[in-house]
Design a protein around this ligand. Structure first.
Ligand SMILES: [Zn+2]
Length: 124
């Protein structure tokens, strides 16, 4: 594979690592949910609260995965590190903390307000 110009390989590697970790965690959580549904008859009293918590976590991780994949697409286009919405450069400290982010702080908080109205905290 030839890396297009403009990609900083290190950043891409970081994103790919994050994606692998997120996928592994999702697998693990889904496995856990499945196990609770059809396996162990001994544990006849499934903990609804734990289950809800796991589902919420899965949704959060799915969102994160979508962001990581989007960030990787941007890396391929060579526009990683720029806000998808307003085109401003994203604060490097923010990218360091959240490598999968594709929005600057300002746009992100605006989007979160919109998403929050639709889904509420934790999707409910
Ligand atoms: Zn922005």
């Amino acid at each position: 594979m030839i890396a297009p110009k403009g990609i900083r390989e290190q950043e891409k590697r970081k994103l790919e690592k994050e994606r692998a970790e997120t996928l592994a965690e999702l697998d693990h959580l889904r496995e856990y949910l499945r196990g609770e549904v059809d396996a162990d008859a001994e544990e006849a009293d499934p903990d609804i609260y734990e289950r809800e918590k796991t589902l919420a976590l899965i949704r959060t991780l799915e969102d994160k995965l979508a962001s990581i994949e989007q960030a990787l697409r941007l890396a391929d286009k060579g526009t990683y590190g720029m806000c998808e919405r307003c085109g401003e450069k994203i604060d490097p400290a923010r990218l360091e903390a959240l490598p999968h982010t594709t929005l600057c702080v300002r746009c992100k908080s605006q989007m979160e307000r919109v998403a929050g109205m639709r889904l509420g905290p934790w999707g409910r």
